[in-house]
Design a protein around this ligand. Structure first.
Ligand SMILES: *Cc1c(COP(=O)(O)O)cnc(C)c1O
Length: 225
């Protein structure tokens, strides 16, 4: 059996202080999440709002108050109303139109604002969501988000193409980091560019070298899915 607490601590201790660790818990049981939270994890990332995240949120009961929940998987329009009461931040906003749909529903969910990251499809993969990794696309979505009073921009997120060799991910992290810097200059007080979420179990060290200040790790903590 995997010692979840030991693995969590080892990874957390290896990260620089300014890098946040999101525990990616898709397909993991409530019991496994309980273990990692008891080991000190405070940020949980879920991929599927309904039914998975909703069910886990309910089953974790009081423990949810200790945790920040981040949506790291694609948000379907139909799931927005279910996501808003659960997630402290949505990391996967990929278009102005999706952002508008979210913005319209924030107040109804009893919230003032919802923090969000823009997802960048850094590898321009057909099966992934996100804006194209160029300045024009970034500026266009930032401009669109400026009109929205409830959705609060906080940074960028990317996955990048999967490969067995973490070095293959470096160019995609680099390009996302460059956009992050462009975004910092461009937001000008309407939202912010503080969070750069990139890197998974096999690539987080490279991601941190390229400027990530948030990494998302699943199998490295829980073992293979
Ligand atoms: C599953 C997932 C992760 C974590 O991947 P591992 O390889 O299990 O560490 C990170 N980010 C996203 C968006 C994911 O879906």
């Amino acid at each position: 059996m995997v010692d979840i607490a030991a693995r969590f601590n080892e990874i957390r201790d290896s990260l620089p202080d300014e890098v946040r660790l999101v525990v990616a818990s898709k397909s993991r049981s409530v019991e496994e999440i309980r273990q990692v939270v008891e080991a000190g994890a405070r940020i949980i990332g879920e991929n599927y709002t309904y039914p998975e995240a909703v069910r886990k949120y309910e089953e974790l009961g009081d423990l949810t108050d200790e945790i920040r929940w981040e949506l790291i998987g694609h948000l379907q329009k139909n799931d927005i109303n279910k996501a808003l009461p659960i997630f402290d931040r949505l990391q996967t906003v990929e278009s102005v139109s999706k952002a508008r749909h979210i913005d319209k529903r924030v107040e109804k969910a009893g919230r003032e604002t919802v923090p969000a990251l823009i997802e960048v499809n850094s590898g321009q993969e057909e099966n992934k969501y996100g804006i194209d990794p160029d300045e024009e696309s970034l500026k266009e979505i930032i401009d669109g988000l400026k009109d929205l009073s409830h959705l609060k921009l906080e940074g960028l997120m990317t996955m990048g193409p999967y490969s067995g060799d973490p070095e293959d991910a470096r160019p995609y992290f680099k390009v996302t980091r460059e956009l992050f810097e462009v975004g910092k200059d461009y937001v000008k007080g309407e939202g912010s560019m503080e969070v750069l979420s990139m890197g998974m179990s096999n690539s987080y060290e490279v991601a941190v070298e390229e400027g990530a200040n948030m990494v998302r790790i699943g199998t490295g903590i829980f073992g293979p899915r």
